[in-house]
Design a protein around this ligand. Structure first.
Ligand code: C2O
Ligand code: CU
Length: 496
């Protein structure tokens, strides 16, 4: 099949003089053809910035992904590509993204990290009716603020079917300079159909099934590795799906994605991790990384040898190309046992063309990035919260759900807040697994930086964040390990 085949309509023809400026406000005056697919009402964000309209079409469909030469598997894709096509736009542009569902199941698309109006957020049952097979939905929102984001399905375990892609909003005036700009999509590779965890609280799937059923499907590695589920429960690794490896740009290490540079250049790498469940460490052979953005938000540059990305986290780094050669960009799972992934940084002007093998510095010590190292250039000023929630994250014991304060979504109380309040979430992790916790629709302050996803360490790890309730609606808050999310580790945050 032709991997490059593409149904992408990258805004051409839509950005015309008549549509520049106030394009959303001017929606009513656009031609009937332009708005034919627009069946929903236009929501407007009040940033005051308006830019040209950019239109994209994303078709969710079945197809094949090739992760290495000859290694092809059946999966679900956007526009026939895995990962989905890069959506790259400029700050302030007005996005209109038509999502067509050609899958046999319902789907939605979530614009992870972008504080979109609630109705555009793509959470089934909370912000919209899921898009039925054969139907489409038009998402409209303003590309603001600039940053590295993810788009992904928000239905069930569809992230692990391959329904992920990068969304890059370029800043008008970056605080750092660079010569090249690449987005790297990191992923855990699951060639089979994802199955829900054996918890009792799952929203779908295992509800009502018995432990016996769970054992028989053999999917969690219990049967495969001869242990059986009963014996395997306390083994962290068996609570991860049987990932076969880690991918960068949808490629296994044998046939890596190559990023080119030349001596003397500065290369911006946008590391984004829409993995289903995997937290990775990333490092580059022969080079340090200057971290410039976390979850899309600009930070004071800080130079490190390695960094850790939980599911859905993003870091932008600048690499100074001062060490000609062909170098590995390596990611390794720090939870679970998926083999490492690799891309390549290649100097086009290097004398040698062989890949330098071996383990990058960042895996042999060196400086690792911690949240405390992040100094946001924009941040929420320190202050006392109006309302505090203490949230205990639990689960992973035999037959249990993954819960927040003992409740498994959807059988869970919404967290009720009021518009304008400053809210603090204090999370403690009473389980043996990591939880990358994500709040929709808002950035929150962690340490001295803004983020939208924060890793809460295993075994009594703690994390807290503050946010301001400035985007009313019904917002999802959940663990971005999709198996935990589906087994109940989620809440609605609600205000009008
Ligand atoms: Cu990446 Cu609920 O989302
Ligand atoms: Cu989790």
């Amino acid at each position: 099949m032709d991997r490059r085949k593409f149904l992408w309509s990258a805004g051409t023809g839509i950005v015309s003089a008549g549509l520049l400026g106030r394009s959303l406000a001017a929606e009513g005056s656009r031609s009937a053809a332009d708005i034919a697919a627009a069946t929903d009402t236009i929501e407007r964000q009040d940033s005051g910035v308006t830019g040209p309209l950019r239109e994209f079409r994303l078709v969710a469909q079945q197809g094949e992904a090739e992760v290495a030469p000859g290694k092809v598997y059946q999966t679900w894709l956007y526009n026939g590509q895995f990962p989905g096509p890069e959506i790259r736009v400029k700050e302030g542009e007005q996005l209109r993204i038509i999502v067509e569902n050609q899958l046999p199941e319902e789907t939605t698309v979530h614009w992870h990290g972008v504080p979109v109006p609630n109705a555009m957020d793509g959470v089934p049952g909370l912000t919209q009716k899921p898009i039925a097979p054969g139907e489409s939905f038009v998402y409209k929102f303003e590309a603001t603020p600039a940053g590295s984001y993810i788009y992904h399905s928000h239905v069930g375990l569809q992230i692990d079917r391959g329904l992920i892609g990068p969304l890059v909003i370029e800043e008008a005036t970056p605080h750092v300079t660079y010569d090249r700009d690449y987005a790297l999509v990191l992923d855990d590779y699951l060639p089979g159909d994802p199955q829900p965890l054996g918890g009792m609280g799952g929203r779908r799937g295992m509800m009502g099934r018995t432990m016996g059923d769970g054992c028989n499907d053999g999917w969690w590695g219990g049967n495969r590795q001869g242990g059986g589920m009963m014996g395997g429960w306390m083994d962290m690794e068996r609570q991860m799906p049987p990932y076969q490896g880690l991918l960068i740009g949808g490629r296994l290490p044998d046939d890596p994605q190559v990023f080119e540079t030349k001596r003397g250049e500065r290369v911006r790498l946008r590391l984004i991790n829409p993995s289903g469940a995997t937290t990775v460490r990333a490092a580059i052979g022969g080079h340090r990384m200057m971290v410039t953005h976390c979850d899309g938000r600009p930070v004071e540059p800080v130079t490190v040898d390695s960094l850790v990305l939980g599911a859905a986290e993003r870091y932008d780094v600048i690499v100074e190309a001062t060490n000609p050669g062909v170098w590995p960009i390596v990611i390794a799972a720090i939870e679970g046992n998926a083999p490492p992934g690799r891309a390549v940084l290649r100097y086009t002007d290097a004398a040698a063309s062989a890949l330098r093998d071996g383990v990058p510095e960042g895996f042999r010590g060196g400086r690792q990035l911690y949240y405390q190292d992040l100094q946001g250039l924009e941040t929420l000023p320190a202050g006392r919260p109006d309302r505090v929630f203490d949230l205990m994250l639990r689960g992973g014991m035999m037959g249990s759900a993954w819960t927040i304060n003992g409740q498994a979504y959807p059988a869970a109380d919404p967290l009720m807040i009021n518009k304008g309040e400053r809210i603090r979430f204090r999370m403690s992790n009473h389980s043996m697994m990591l939880h990358p916790m994500h709040l929709h629709g808002h950035f929150f302050r962690v340490g001295n930086a803004l983020k939208d996803t924060v890793l809460v360490g295993a075994h009594m790890g703690r994390a807290e964040f503050d946010f301001v309730a400035d985007n009313p609606g019904r917002w999802f808050f959940h663990c971005h390990n999709i198996y935990h999310m589906e087994a109940g580790m989620a809440r609605e945050v609600r205000y009008a």
